[in-house]
Design a protein around this ligand. Structure first.
Ligand code: GLU
Length: 504
């Protein structure tokens, strides 16, 4: 059997370093064995999936040199490779499961299920679907369907015993069926869930090995059961250790930038990022710290993956990136890479209008535009001293803005003005005062070129990282405080929505 691996990202946000990490190991595993690595887009969550996010996944993986031989943008004989284009296939397969008695219609309303869970929790039980629609007769089911009662389709799960499956790195894993819920396969809106679509596609796309993050281990029993119900062989499973922050918690954007674009925009070399990701849980037989993708491929053995949580430490990445820059770029290549990165005509043309009015000679440019070509500004609590705003408000402005901007898809000058002005009104601050902490966060100084234009040019990855950095410099936020602010933030946003007429 030929080796075929895949990554199956959901296009719901920024392209994550975890996606690149899993892609790298899938690619190395398949190609080192003469197989194929493919890319499938799992966009069944229609409310969160976007074409922009899909495009940034393609762009950022290609920037890293991770290419696929089949995918939505390159085609292939097992397409379509975008799940939203495969609806008929899922409906056909879920119907097959119902017909064979492995899945059933469930008509319970969201409120009913909510009450069920609350009662279970009150009894100290782990909330779980209790099988209430299992007892319906075929006639009952038909009657409800004819009446147009909304439904989902769930899979049946054994009540007793346990599921055993093999993981390439961990050996046999056993999970009691009692812990497994009767998973929804088809949602009320007619969309398949991840579990159904993923299993059907892995089978139809002839995936031989599923290499994915360890957060999916608990889904394996459901998947194994689905393979059994369909009468298919299950691909071999391999769950990669999760990337971690330096404090060993799961890599999160609150503690570390997680978007591949951030690393690109900060001026890391793709070779160094790939090299660093390759060292996450894996090492070269000769323990070399610096290696190319080709060298990794030539020496790849999945059994050399260690399970201890690999720490994604940007300081180590900085060191490695420095080695790559110094050792592998001659001066001419250095110049071309810097030009490709940001110091080029296109980028300058976008920045010039921001400062033209204030320039008397070209040597005035660098001090005004330095922040556009830098990483994180050097800040301390003193950088945020302001005659009207207390430190608590400074940090709140930064945190609220971070939340607001997290949800903003299109970064334009007007869009940014709109979003931030809304929060300024909601917290009852003059826009000028409200923008003070953001000026400091983004430009490193209390004033400078027009902020919204600068933010639009810098883009979400750098601006969000600078806001997080500023928040730390201004004193940070404890978990408890964050919870409290979250409540207040929801409240002020809700109030604004109730009184939109006051908007400036
Ligand atoms: N769509 C899932 C994700 O977003 C795929 C998980 C898997 O590889 O099975 O990561």
């Amino acid at each position: 059997m030929s080796v075929r691996t895949r990554i199956a990202p959901s296009p719901t946000g920024d392209p994550h370093v975890g996606t690149a990490y899993v892609a790298l190991f899938n690619l190395c595993f398949a190609r080192s064995l003469g197989g194929e690595f493919i890319l499938r887009i799992e966009d069944t969550d229609q409310t969160r999936s976007t074409v922009e996010s899909e495009q940034t996944i393609f762009d950022s993986l290609r920037w890293l040199g991770l290419d696929w031989s089949e995918g939505p943008d390159v085609g292939g004989q097992f397409g379509p490779y975008r799940q939203s284009e495969r609806m008929d296939i899922y409906h056909q397969h879920v119907t097959e499961l119902v017909d064979k008695g492995h899945a059933f219609y469930c008509f319970a309303t969201p409120k009913e299920l909510d009450d069920m869970r609350k009662e279970q929790m009150a009894r100290g039980e782990t909330p779980k679907y209790d099988g209430r629609s299992l007892g319906l007769s075929p006639a009952d089911v038909q009657e409800r369907l004819d009446d147009g009662v909304p439904y989902v389709i769930r899979m049946k799960v054994p009540e007793e015993g346990s599921c055993k499956f093999n993981d390439m790195l961990r050996g046999e894993i056993e999970i009691p069926w009692a812990q497994i819920d009767m998973q929804v396969l088809l949602k009320a809106d007619g969309m398949p869930t991840y579990h159904l679509a993923n299993v059907v596609d892995d089978h139809l796309m002839e995936i031989s090995h599923v290499i994915r993050g360890e957060e999916w281990i608990n889904s394996a029993p459901k998947h194994q059961l689905l393979y059994e119900y369909f009468g298919w062989d299950m691909p071999q499973l391999c769950h990669m250790p999760l990337l971690r922050n330096t404090d060993k918690s799961k890599l999160s954007k609150r503690k570390n930038p997680t978007s591949i674009n951030y690393y690109r925009e900060m001026g890391y070399l793709p070779e160094a990022v790939i090299n660093y990701l390759g060292r996450m849980g894996w090492s070269m037989p000769n323990e070399a710290e610096k290696f190319t993708l080709q060298e990794m491929l030539d020496n790849f053995d999945i059994n050399n993956v260690h399970l201890g949580g690999p720490v994604f430490d940007t300081e180590k990445l900085d060191w490695l990136n420095g080695c790559w820059i110094r050792e592998d770029l001659d001066d001419s290549e250095f110049a071309s890479r810097v030009a490709d990165w940001a110091i080029n005509r296109d980028n300058l043309s976008r920045m010039i209008p921001l400062i033209k009015e204030r320039v008397e000679k070209f040597s005035d440019i660098a001090p005004l535009l330095g922040f556009m070509l830098s990483g994180m500004p050097t800040l301390s609590e003193a950088s945020f001293e302001h005659k009207k705003l207390e430190n608590d408000m400074i940090r709140r402005v930064l945190q609220y803005s971070a939340w607001r901007l997290d949800g903003l898809r299109h970064w334009t000058r007007d869009g940014l003005y709109n979003e931030l002005n809304q929060i300024a009104l909601a917290v009852d601050l003059k826009l000028k005062d409200f923008l003070f902490p953001l000026f400091v966060a983004v430009t490193g100084a209390p004033s400078g070129p027009p902020l919204f234009d600068a933010m639009a040019i810098l883009g979400p990855d750098l601006v969000r990282a600078r806001i997080r950095h500023a928040l730390q410099a201004a004193g940070g936020v404890s978990k408890k405080q964050l919870k409290k602010w979250d409540k207040e933030y929801q409240q002020v946003c809700a109030n604004r929505e109730k009184h939109p007429e006051e908007q400036a």
